[in-house]
Structure formats: structure tokens, C-alpha cells
Design a protein around this ligand. Structure first.
Ligand code: AMP
Length: 190
């Protein structure tokens, strides 16, 4: 089993690269952002709760996010491994993930961080808004808030795994194939 975390600021290419990694390594892709958008699309109580945070570019509270993640993992026990995308975003979420996997004698093997300069992120997200229809990509002030939230609340998760020798940084600018090859090079060292 290989369990990976694809990590990086909004717009760093996590979704695009996760799709390619899933294809190559046959992992189950779990994106908490996608799960929240699915719930929102179905107007579930969870979706309505998440919406108020997502619209502002704030993080959904840990208990809500961890509960949803746990359900998804527990519903899919017979997989070759997981690739977590957009999760964990706080140190308590990282703790919760480690505990959840440890219950099955499992662990996170590697966190891969996509490193992309801020101005490139803003440019990419404003471009994505035109095709994705994501309201949180349309407004530059919300995008900048999401980048700030990432820096303040989420980057400590990189250090959390780096201290365990389980984190690698990959330069996230270039062609999709080039970046994918950089990620595969790291995964091949496992
Ligand atoms: P994403 O699709 O990963 O960019 O996530 C979109 C939005 O969903 C974020 O701005 C948060 O409001 C919410 N979200 C997604 N994943 C998490 C998480 N792990 N913890 C808290 N909020 C999250």
C-alpha cells in the first residue's frame, strides 16, 4: 500500500497531478474540496455547513472535515492506497489522519508539496474560474485570502511530515508532464 498526500497552495496543480498519479499507481483519490462541492451540489446539511466557509476562502472546521474524510476512507478499505488532495490542511487534521491510518496498521508514506509562486497561483486560479465556474476562484480577494490561509494554517503540516522524514518539495511550474515526472521521481524512491 502507498499512501500519499499531494500538498500545496490553491492553484498549485494538485487536482491535475492527482489524476495522473491515480492512473499510474492505482490509488484512490480523496479530495476534501471535491467532497464538499459534491455535498453542496446536493444541498445536504454538510454541504450547507461547508458553503459558508468555502465562499469566504476559510477552512471548514476540523471536526467536520475529519468526520467526512473518515467516512470516505472507511467506505473504501480494499484499495492499493490513497492519495489525499487538499487534506490535511491543519496539524490537527494531520494527527487525525495518522491516527485513522494507524488503526489499520497503516501510515502516510510521503507528502509531496507543489511549490508555485503566489502571482502564478492567482493567474492560474482566475483562468480556472472561467471554465470551472468555482465561485471561490472568481474573486481575487478570496483567492488571496485562500493563499494567506494556506501560509498561516496549512504550511505547518509540511513541517509536521518533514520532521518525520516524510516530506518532499517539488517545483510546480512547467508542463504538466514535467511536473508529473518530478513527482514520480520522488515516489519511485519509496
Ligand atoms: P480545494 O478544492 O481543495 O481548493 O478546497 C476548496 C475549499 O474547501 C477550501 O477553500 C476550504 O474552504 C474547503 N476545504 C477543502 N479541504 C479542506 C480541509 N482539509 N480542511 C478545511 N477546509 C477544506
Amino acid at each position: 500500500m502507498i499512501n500519499l498526500i499531494l500538498f500545496g497552495p490553491p492553484g498549485s496543480g494538485k487536482g491535475t497531478q492527482a489524476a495522473k498519479i491515480v492512473e499510474k499507481y492505482e490509488l484512490l483519490h480523496i479530495s476534501t474540496g471535491d467532497l464538499f462541492r459534491y455535498e453542496m451540489g446536493n444541498n445536504t446539511p454538510l454541504g450547507l455547513q461547508a458553503k459558508s466557509y468555502m465562499d469566504k476562502g476559510e477552512l471548514v472546521p476540523d471536526e467536520v472535515t475529519v468526520g467526512m474524510l473518515r467516512n470516505k476512507v472507511e467506505a473504501n478499505p480494499y484499495v492499493e492506497g490513497y492519495i489525499f488532495d487538499g487534506f490535511p490542511r491543519t496539524v490537527p487534521q494531520a494527527d487525525a489522519l495518522d491516527n485513522l491510518l494507524a488503526e489499520e496498521g497503516n501510515e502516510v508514506h510521503l507528502l509531496l508539496m507543489l511549490d508555485v509562486p503566489d502571482e502564478e497561483l492567482v493567474k492560474r486560479l482566475l483562468g480556472r474560474a472561467k471554465v470551472s465556474g468555482r465561485t471561490d476562484d472568481m474573486d481575487e480577494s478570496i483567492i488571496r485570502n485562500r493563499i494567506e490561509v494556506y501560509k498561516n494554517e496549512t504550511t505547518p503540516v509540511f513541517d509536521y511530515y518533514a520532521e518525520k522524514g516524510k516530506a518532499a518539495k517539488v517545483y510546480g511550474v512547467g508542463s504538466i508532464e514535467e511536473i508529473f515526472n518530478r513527482l514520480c521521481e520522488q515516489i519511485s524512491q519509496l
